[in-house]
Design a protein around this ligand. Structure first.
Ligand code: MN3
Length: 243
């Protein structure tokens, strides 16, 4: 637990200062302290990291992802990361930073692992909800389709790469479609890791933590990923994130 030390204000004039001068300095210090006290404190002025509203209703992705799963995943897991993060950064300079700044500033810092894990999970989950939509799947917009053909050979080949990355992630993590220069790439990250901290630009993600699918699919991660890619994936979102 770290504490932020506020600078103490000089209330002890150097020896040799006249009594009248001491009085004036003391009054000035008191006035400064009073006016500082009247200002909102740094932490109180900071806006906590917010849990963004879901872009659709909790039952909108059923039957591929049930309202029950969304209720726990969004209402407990995602909200839990937001609440934990706000506790961890309260009263620190990070309380004044944007979520993206917190993720980038804490990445790879041994003393900020808990902050990174919670901040990155907040960001990743918001990105995941936007990577899905009711009535998704189908044909990508033309620009994205052309890029898939150029990078993977076909839309189906791109989907197969995403499914393979989802299955290839041992334990908890994420599969991503990213922009790497002028090309599309599929990558996977363990736990809370996110391409946001690297050189490539995230376009779309699939949450492959068990909490994302276990209530509906138990251990059948492949079935969850296949259904998601066919019926929920939001190619418009991926297309918009390109540039
Ligand atoms: Mn999750």
């Amino acid at each position: 637990m770290s504490h932020t030390h506020h600078p103490s204000f000089a209330t002890h004039p150097a020896p040799g200062v006249s009594p009248r001068r001491r009085l004036l300095i003391g009054a000035a210090a008191a006035l400064a302290a009073a006016s500082l006290g009247a200002l909102p404190r740094r932490a109180a002025a900071s806006t906590p990291v917010a849990l963004p509203p879901l872009p659709y209703g909790e039952s909108a992705l059923a039957p591929v992802i049930s309202a029950n799963t969304i209720g726990f995943h969004y209402g407990k897991h995602h909200k839990g990361y937001v609440d934990n993060l706000n506790k961890l950064i309260a009263g620190t300079p990070m309380a004044d930073q944007s979520l993206e700044q917190i993720v980038k500033a804490s990445a790879g810092q041994a003393d900020k692992t808990a902050i990174f894990n919670n901040a990155a999970q907040v960001w990743n989950h918001t990105f995941y909800w936007n990577s899905l939509k009711p009535g998704g799947g189908g044909e990508p917009p033309a620009a994205l389709r052309e890029r898939m053909v150029a990078s993977f050979g076909s839309v189906d080949a791109c989907k197969k790469e995403l499914a393979a990355a989802s299955m290839g992630q041992f334990g908890s993590g994420w599969a991503w479609l990213v922009r790497d220069g002028d090309k599309l790439k599929v990558v996977r990250t363990p736990n809370a890791e996110t391409p946001l901290t690297g050189a490539s630009k995230p376009l779309l993600t699939i949450d492959v933590w068990e909490h994302a699918y276990y209530l509906d699919y138990q251990n059948r991660r492949a079935d969850y990923v296949a259904a998601l890619l066919d019926k929920l994936v939001n190619w418009d979102f991926a297309n918009q994130n390109w540039g």
